[in-house]
Ligand binder design. Structure first.
Ligand code: LLP
Length: 493
C-alpha cells in the first residue's frame, strides 16, 4: 500500500467549512436556500435518495463547456499563428458512450489507449478518422483492429511497433497514418507516477532516436508519417514544461521536415485542475497561448513552417465536472499530536477513488445535505475497505457536527476515479449519473452483488460468458477474429 504523502498541516482550517470554491466544484454546483448542495439544478439529497450512494454525479453542461472552451482556446491560439489544431479528449480520464457524444458534439476528437476504449468510442459513434490510438504495448490484435476500423492516427510507441503496424496496414491493404511518441526528457512538476516524459520510464522512444525512427517509418509504403508526439505528464498547472518540451521536439521535427514535409506536432495532454482551493492552474487560454507561442518561436528560429498541432486533455475536461456523493456511516475522534482528528467513514472508498491511495492526491469534501454553523474540525474522510490507506480525503476540515447519516460530496472526481475503480473487497462499482437542467440520467449503471457473483465460475456462473467476443477481437497472429487479451483463458476479450 502506497503511503499518503500529505503534510497534515498543508491545509489550514477554512473560514467556512460549507463554502464551495468555484474553481473546485462544477459550474452547476451551489448551495440552495435550505443549505443543500445542488448540481445541475438537482438537489444532492434527492439524487442520493433516488440512486443511492456512493454515486458519481457528472455535470453535463460543465463537461461540455470545458470541452468547448478548451477547443476554442487552442483554435484561437493556433489560428492566430496561422496553423490549425485538433483537440482530442483523452478517454482514459473517463470514457462512456454519453461522454464520447458530449465531447465529439463539442468538436473534440477522441484519444484511446486500448482495444476496450476503442470499442467504446466506436460504439458511441465516434468517427474512426477522428480517433487517435495510443498504448505502449498494443497487442497485434489491437493494432489490427485499429487499422481495420480506420483510426485517424496510431501512435507508435516503440521501435518494434513500426514493423508491427506496417505489416498490419499492408495486410489490410491500407496506408495507416501514424505518429511517433518520443520522450522529450522534460520532467513535468507533478507526482512521479504521473510524469511520463522523463528518461527512466516506459513510454515512447528517446528523443535522440526520433529522426532515425521517423525516417524508418517513412520507408514503409503502408505507413503515412504525420509527426512526433509527446506527453510530458499529468496535472501540470502552466505552459512552461510544454513549451520546453515543444522546443526540444522541434529540433527533431525540423530534421525530419528537412527530408520531407512533416505536417503535425502532438504535444499530448496533462493540464491540471483544482482539487482544493489552494490549487491555481493557469486558465486554459493562457496555457494554449503559451504553448503555441513556444512552437511559433521554435519554428521561426529554425526557419520551418509551423506544423498543425494536436493536444489530448482528459482530466481538465471531465475532472472538475464530477462529484462523488457518499453517506457518512461513522465518525470517530482519534487523538493526534496537538488535538483530535475525526475519522469520517463513508460508504465507498479506494474502490471508487483510488487516487488518494495511489498518488497522495488531495480532494475537497463538503457536507451536502445541510449547511452547518459548527466550527470546522480537522477530519479525514476514509472509506469502508479493509485497509488503513483507504483514504478519500486525507486532510479536510468538516463541520464539527458532521454525523452518521450526513451526505458528503467530494469534488473534482470526474477524472480517473470511475476509470480506476475496482471491486476491491467485492464492493460493487457505483453508477454514474449525468445531471443537466434539473434532469438526471444514469449514463453508466452501477454494479450489484449479483453482477459480482455472475462472474464467479465457482458459484455456478455461466462459462459461456467467458468466451472471447469474436465480433470485436482479432487474432494476434493472423488478424482474424479472436481475443484481444494475451491469454484468453477464462475471460472475455
Ligand atoms: N495523452 C497521453 C498520451 C496520456 O498518457 C495521457 C494521460 C493523456 C493524454 C491525458 O492526460 P490528462 O490531460 O488527463 O492529464 N491516473 C492518473 C493520470 C494518468 C494519466 C495517464 N496519461 C491520475 O489519476 O492522476
Amino acid at each position: 500500500m502506497a503511503s499518503v504523502s500529505h503534510d497534515p498541516g498543508a491545509q489550514s482550517a477554512p473560514a467556512d467549512a460549507d463554502a464551495l470554491a468555484p474553481q473546485v466544484w462544477p459550474a452547476g454546483a451551489r448551495r440552495d436556500e435550505a443549505g443543500r448542495i445542488e448540481i445541475g439544478g438537482l438537489d444532492a439529497v434527492a439524487l442520493a435518495g433516488r440512486f443511492g450512494t456512493p454515486l458519481y454525479v457528472v455535470d453535463e453542461a460543465d463537461a461540455r463547456a470545458r470541452a468547448r472552451r478548451t477547443r476554442l482556446a487552442f483554435e484561437s491560439a493556433a489560428h492566430a499563428a496561422g496553423t490549425d489544431v485538433t483537440v482530442y479528449y483523452a478517454g482514459k480520464a473517463f470514457l462512456s458512450g454519453e461522454v464520447v457524444r458530449w465531447v465529439t458534439g463539442e468538436g473534440l476528437a477522441v484519444d484511446v489507449c486500448t482495444g476496450g476504449e476503442l470499442a467504446v468510442a466506436l460504439a458511441a459513434g465516434a468517427e474512426p478518422a477522428r480517433i487517435g490510438f495510443h498504448g505502449n504495448n498494443k497487442s497485434l490484435a489491437e493494432i489490427a483492429r485499429a487499422v481495420e476500423v480506420g483510426v485517424g492516427a496510431l501512435i507508435i510507441d516503440s521501435e518494434v511497433e513500426i514493423e508491427r503496424v506496417a505489416e498490419a496496414a499492408a495486410r489490410a491493404g491500407r496506408r495507416q497514418r501514424v505518429r511517433l511518441r518520443v520522450n522529450s526528457g522534460v520532467h513535468a512538476s507533478t507526482h512521479e507516477f504521473l510524469a511520463t516524459s522523463h528518461e527512466d520510464q516506459k513510454f515512447g522512444v528517446p528523443l535522440e532516436r526520433a529522426v532515425e525512427l521517423g525516417n524508418r517509418i517513412r520507408a514503409h509504403a503502408s505507413l503515412e508519417f504525420l509527426g512526433l508526439h509527446c506527453h510530458i505528464g499529468s496535472q501540470i498547472f502552466d505552459a512552461e514544461g510544454f513549451a520546453e518540451s515543444a522546443s526540444r521536439l522541434l529540433a527533431a521535427h525540423a530534421a525530419l521536415a528537412a527530408v520531407e514535409p512533416l505536417p503535425e506536432l502532438n504535444l499530448g495532454g496533462g493540464f491540471g485542475i483544482a482539487y482544493t482551493s489552494a490549487d491555481t492552474p493557469q486558465p486554459i487560454e493562457e496555457i494554449a497561448d503559451g504553448i503555441v507561442s513556444a512552437v511559433v518561436e521554435g519554428c521561426r528560429d529554425r526557419g520551418i513552417p509551423i506544423p498543425r498541432l494536436a493536444f489530448e486533455p482528459g482530466r481538465s475536461i471531465i475532472g472538475p465536472a464530477g462529484v462523488t456523493l457518499y453517506t457518512v456511516g461513522t465518525v470517530k475522534p482519534v487523538p493526534v499530536e496537538g488535538g483530535t482528528r475525526r475519522y469520517v467513514s463513508v460508504d465507498g472508498g479506494m474502490s471508487d477513488n483510488a487516487r488518494t491511495a495511489l498518488y497522495g492526491a488531495d480532494y475537497t469534501a463538503r457536507v451536502a445535505n445541510r449547511a452547518s454553523a459548527a466550527e470546522p474540525a480537522l477530519s479525514r474522510v476514509v472509506g469502508k475497505h479493509c485497509e488503513s490507506g483507504d483514504i478519500v480525503v486525507d486532510v479536510e476540515h468538516l463541520p464539527a457536527d458532521t454525523a452518521p447519516g450526513d451526505l458528503l460530496a467530494v469534488a473534482a472526481t470526474g477524472a480517473y476515479c470511475w476509470s480506476l475503480a475496482s471491486n476491491y473487497n467485492h464492493v460493487p462499482r457505483p453508477p454514474v449519473v449525468a445531471v443537466r437542467d434539473g434532469e438526471a440520467r444514469v449514463i453508466v449503471r452501477g454494479e450489484s452483488i449479483d453482477d459480482l457473483l455472475a462472474r464467479d465460475l465457482g458459484l455456478g456462473a455461466s462459462e459461456a460468458a467467458s468466451e472471447p467476443d469474436a465480433a470485436t477481437a482479432v487474432d494476434d497472429a493472423t488478424g482474424t477474429p479472436a481475443a484481444t487479451r494475451t491469454t484468453t483463458e477464462g475471460n472475455p476479450a
